[in-house]
Design a binder for this molecule. Structure first.
Ligand code: SAM
Length: 302
């Protein structure tokens, strides 16, 4: 359905847990406390069914780390059969991907985003707090071998991973690598000033394009390189998404804490409609004191 600014809202990010096996410094706080009272898979399926009736056709399973939730592939399989849902995709840090690649493939997962910020073992460990780069690379191989379409998402942190070495993953295989601007949400606020995709593109003499991810092909590379620039190239006018947190809070915009707790709502369809209708016109990341969202990204799902 359309929101009050005429945008067609057809995409819902569904976070199935706030737990994560990594401790990325810009995403999750040191003193994190994980939620106990999260939605069951049946509750998630019910919400997605109601959302599909209102025109949500794409679901992204996120977290925390969604593969930490046992049987997430069963959830994907169920969602894949909900009338109106045309694609179910997953975003993962890749640590458990090698273990579960076949399950999520068999469940009908349409594509997988793998979040990986660098290919250097020490820098990876510095960012994530975990020495498991090899596991992630094994996960990428496993998904690639199963022909699951893969996109790598890299968040750039100034002075830490700005060599952009994950770009190399696009060289020999048909894998797209996207560079995402760090957003001032939760722990992300502590990193400043972030790398700005606009300046990167100018520095590297890339052309500009339209749309959330702007892709470029590089000579000698099989995959494409993309830039997602919510700050330097705001794309709110084309935003098509809503976000469901693990405890069942439905949000219209990443930036604000407004939304509806679906767990304590009798008429879920009407509540989803209300969130879509009151979706804010745009984020206010450029004006950080106006950001009302206090949660960390692991509690929202990115
Ligand atoms: N664990 C899964 C993963 O790694 O894809 C899903 C959850 S994670 C919160 C989703 C994405 O949000 C990751 O790509 C992560 O890098 C990104 N992210 C976290 N904090 C961010 C921030 N402040 N700005 C931009 N992206 C952020």
């Amino acid at each position: 359905m359309k929101d009050s600014y005429g945008r067609n809202i057809n995409y819902m990010r569904v976070s199935v847990t706030d737990r994560c096996d990594l401790k990325c410094s810009y995403c999750i706080s040191e003193d994190r406390k994980f939620k106990e009272d999260i939605l069951s898979f049946d509750e998630i399926i019910n919400i997605c069914r109601e959302a599909a009736k209102l025109g949500i056709s794409k679901i992204k399973i996120t977290g925390g780390e969604p593969l930490l939730r046992e049987d997430v592939s069963c959830l994907i399989k169920e969602l894949r059969s909900v009338e109106g849902i045309e694609s179910v995709t997953l975003t993962t840090n890749g640590v458990l991907l090698e273990k579960y690649a076949e399950d999520i493939y068999n469940a009908g997962t349409d594509s997988v985003n793998i979040s990986l910020d660098c290919l250097d073992r020490d820098i990876y460990k510095k960012i994530t707090g975990c020495d498991c780069l090899e596991k992630v690379l094994g996960g990428i191989d496993a998904a690639y071998d199963l022909n699951i379409p893969i996109k790598i998402n890299t968040v750039l942190l100034k002075g830490i991973n700005d060599s952009m070495d994950t770009m190399l993953l696009a060289k020999n295989r048909n894998i797209d690598v996207r560079f995402i601007e760090l957003m001032p949400i939760g722990e992300g606020k502590k990193f400043e000033p972030m790398l700005n995709n606009k300046s990167l593109m100018i520095k590297r003499q890339y052309k500009r394009g339209n749309g959330p991810a702007v892709y470029y092909s590089l000579e000698g590379y099989k995959g494409s390189i993309g830039f997602i620039s919510p700050l330097s190239s705001k794309f709110c006018a084309k935003c098509n998404r809503i976000r469901l947190t693990p405890e069942g809070f439905l949000k219209g915009c990443l930036c604000y804490d407004e939304g509806i707790d679906l767990k304590s709502t009798k008429d879920i369809g009407a509540a989803i409609e209300k969130v879509i209708k009151s979706k804010p016109k745009e984020h206010c990341f450029e004006n950080t004191e106006m950001i009302t969202e206090k949660k960390d990204m692991n509690e929202i799902g990115g």
